[in-house]
Write a protein that binds this ligand. Structure first.
Ligand code: AMP
Length: 190
């Protein structure tokens, strides 16, 4: 069983690559951003709560995010492995994930970061915002706030996973195929 975390700043290509890895390795892809957007689309109370943070580019509070993630893992008891996209994003989430998986005799095999410069990401995200209509992709100030959230709260997880000998990083610049080939080779080597 392979349980993988895809790590990287907003716009680094986690969602695109996670979908390809899901198909290549028959994993269940869990994106917390997609789950929040699904809840917003369905007008749930979780969606309303998440929207108030997401629209500003702030992280949604840990407690609700962790609960939602755990429910999604539990909803897939037959999964051959998971690819976590956009989770964990804080130390509390990382610790909760380890503890939760441990309780199921599962563990994370690897955390893989897609590295892309912020200025490149801003262009990518503003472009994506034109098609997706995502409010958090359309405003440079909100995008910069998401980077700040990443740098303050998510980047510290790099040392958390280095300490567990699970951290890998590859460039997120190149064609989708070039990047997925590198990711697949890395996962094959685990
Ligand atoms: P994403 O689609 O991964 O870029 O996520 C979009 C937004 O959803 C983020 O800017 C956060 O507001 C929220 N979000 C997604 N995943 C998490 C998480 N693990 N913790 C807190 N907030 C999250």
């Amino acid at each position: 069983m392979k349980n993988i975390i895809l790590f990287g700043k907003p716009g680094a290509g986690k969602g695109t690559q996670a979908a390809l890895l899901r198909d290549a390795f028959q994993l269940v892809h869990i994106s917390t951003g997609d789950l929040f957007r699904y809840n917003i689309g369905n007008n749930t109370s979780l969606g309303a709560l998440a929207k108030s943070y997401m629209d500003q580019g702030d992280l949604v509070p840990d407690e609700v995010t962790i609960k939602m993630l755990e429910a999604e893992v539990d909803a897939n008891p037959d999964a051959g492995g998971f690819i976590f996209d956009g989770f964990p994003r804080t130390s509390k989430q990382a610790e909760a994930l380890d503890e939760f998986l441990h309780g199921k005799e599962m563990r994370i095999q690897a955390t893989i970061a897609l590295e892309v410069d912020e200025e490149v990401l801003i262009k990518r995200l503003l472009n994506r915002g034109k098609d997706s209509g995502r409010a958090d992709d359309q405003d440079e100030e909100k995008i910069r706030n998401r980077f700040e959230e990443y740098n303050n709260k998510t980047a510290p997880l790099i040392s958390y996973y280095i300490a567990q000998n699970k951290f890998h990083s590859i460039t997120g610049v190149g064609t989708v195929t070039e990047i997925s080939e590198q990711l697949i080779a890395l996962l094959d080597s685990l």
